[in-house]
Design a protein around this ligand. Structure first.
Ligand code: 13P
Ligand code: SF4
Length: 429
């Protein structure tokens, strides 16, 4: 029997814990992820980013052996637990909040991308770090872990469509144009014309670019701290790839919208004139997350009308009008902590990925917790990890010492990327 699929699990939980959902965004979500492996052209698979165009260089996953595709839940569970037992401290499994429950149950540590970056750094005794998340997170784990540790991404197709919206060539071309217009000399206060800031959701190459050019990495939990760091050192910021996190954070810090031009990599000067770039404080890359783009002000208004007194919390990857209409915005861990801290039974309408929202609803039955989006539409790339792949990579290592799906960042990129990451980890508070 094939393993339980997430969509059925979500639907069952919804019936118990939250207002009725209006179906799912793709009938393909009932299929296991291996149905989407081995395609001739790269694609993100079913879920929120299925309509996004995956770049030609996007890693692809070949078919995993039949024994893992045909194994039932119990069999996969026994395989995974046997390896965990055998390897003990030599293995650490990290899981992002957006992973399906059937995967999260095996994680030694579950967290947001910032916490998982730290967790990777703090487990020197582990030979193997299995990252149940997406590609940029596994790259970051490789950057921050020791040279004798190997990082594994159980399904290579687990990328991030937003991270793919900025590539090193387009960012370098943007940088060259900005340097032509704005120069490269510091002003009388020693501040450079532009500081590059990359969201954690980006390739290691872009983190390396930031490290080489006086820049830094941020996550959704420290974006304001990082922008402050950047404004101390620069007259303006080039923020990529997520326009929404950049705009929402800078707006909350008092930067006027007129001083936040968008950079469209397909247009000369990103679609701006020189004056707009001279006057800018934050230049926003034209990227977005297809999961968080689904949230709307109408959904918030409906939640407020259906549940007077509802507390609306959204992720800062949501568009600005949604963040403005919400009561609060914060990273995945911020959302979890806000719910955890609520002492009275509360109705929460949440604007982030469905697996996490439904898990919170199950973990905190004293509250009513539901996703603002009535359509069940998980992150397409997080969906690509499944216990079948986990069992496959774990058994290969435990039985044959074989490291499958290793994620390695070459030294020429890793050295400057670490500089940008360490600046982030050192930035206060
Ligand atoms: P967090 O940094 O909040 O974990 O978010 C990562 C992410 O990919 C959100 O879409
Ligand atoms: Fe990327 Fe959005 Fe998925 Fe996060 S939720 S991993 S930003 S596609």
């Amino acid at each position: 029997m094939a393993s339980t699929n997430t969509i059925e699990l979500i639907t069952r939980e919804e019936a118990q814990t939250r207002p009725a959902a209006a179906g799912s965004c793709s009938p393909d979500l009932v299929k296991a992820p291996w149905n989407f492996d081995g395609g001739a052209t790269p694609a993100y698979g079913p879920g929120a980013s299925m309509a996004d165009i995956a770049p030609a260089a996007t890693p692809r996953q070949g078919q995993i052996p039949e024994e893992y595709r045909l194994a039932g839940d119990d069999e996969l569970h026994a395989k995974i637990m046997a390896v965990k037992e055998k390897l003990g401290e030599k293995l650490v499994v990290l899981g992002h909040f957006y992973q399906r429950d059937e995967v999260v149950r095996y994680a030694d540590f579950v967290g947001d991308s910032f916490q998982l970056a730290r967790a990777a750094k703090e487990k020197p005794e582990a030979e193997i770090i299995v990252f149940c998340g997406v590609h940029f997170m596994a790259e970051t784990a490789d950057l921050l872990s020791g040279a004798d540790q190997s990082v594994i991404l159980p399904n290579l197709a687990a990328g991030c469509s937003m991270a793919d919206m900025a590539d090193i060539d387009s960012v370098q071309a943007c940088w060259d144009q900005l340097t032509d217009v704005l120069g490269s000399e510091p002003d009388e206060d020693g501040r450079l014309p532009v500081i590059p800031v990359t969201y954690m959701n980006s390739s290691a190459a872009l983190k390396g670019f930031c490290g080489e050019n006086g820049g830094i990495v941020c996550t959704s939990s420290n974006a304001a701290t990082v922008l402050e760091w950047a404004f101390e050192r620069g007259q303006r910021v080039l923020f990529f790839p997520d326009q929404h996190l950049g705009r929402n954070t800078a707006k909350a810090m008092g930067v006027p919208l007129e001083q936040m031009p968008m950079w469209n990599p397909r247009k000369p000067l990103g679609g701006n004139d020189e004056q707009a770039l001279q006057d800018s404080r934050v230049i926003l890359w034209h990227g977005f997350c297809s999961v968080h783009k689904r949230f709307t002000v109408d959904q918030i208004e409906k939640a407020r009308s259906d549940y007077p007194g509802v507390r609306v919390i959204v992720h800062p990857e949501c568009p600005m009008p949604v963040v403005d209409a919400a009561d609060e915005a914060g990273s995945t861990d911020y959302i979890r902590k806000a719910i955890d801290a609520a002492t009275e039974p509360t109705v929460f309408a949440i604007g982030t990925e469905i697996n996490m929202v439904n898990r919170l609803a199950a973990e905190y039955p004293q509250h009513t917790i539901f996703c603002l989006d009535p359509v069940v539409c998980p992150c397409s790339t997080m969906y690509r990890i499944h216990p079948g792949y986990l069992a496959w990579v774990l058994e290969a290592y435990a039985e044959r010492g074989e490291v499958l799906n290793q994620i390695t960042v070459e030294d020429n990129v890793a050295v400057p990327a670490r500089v940008a990451l360490e600046r982030m980890l050192a930035a206060k508070p």
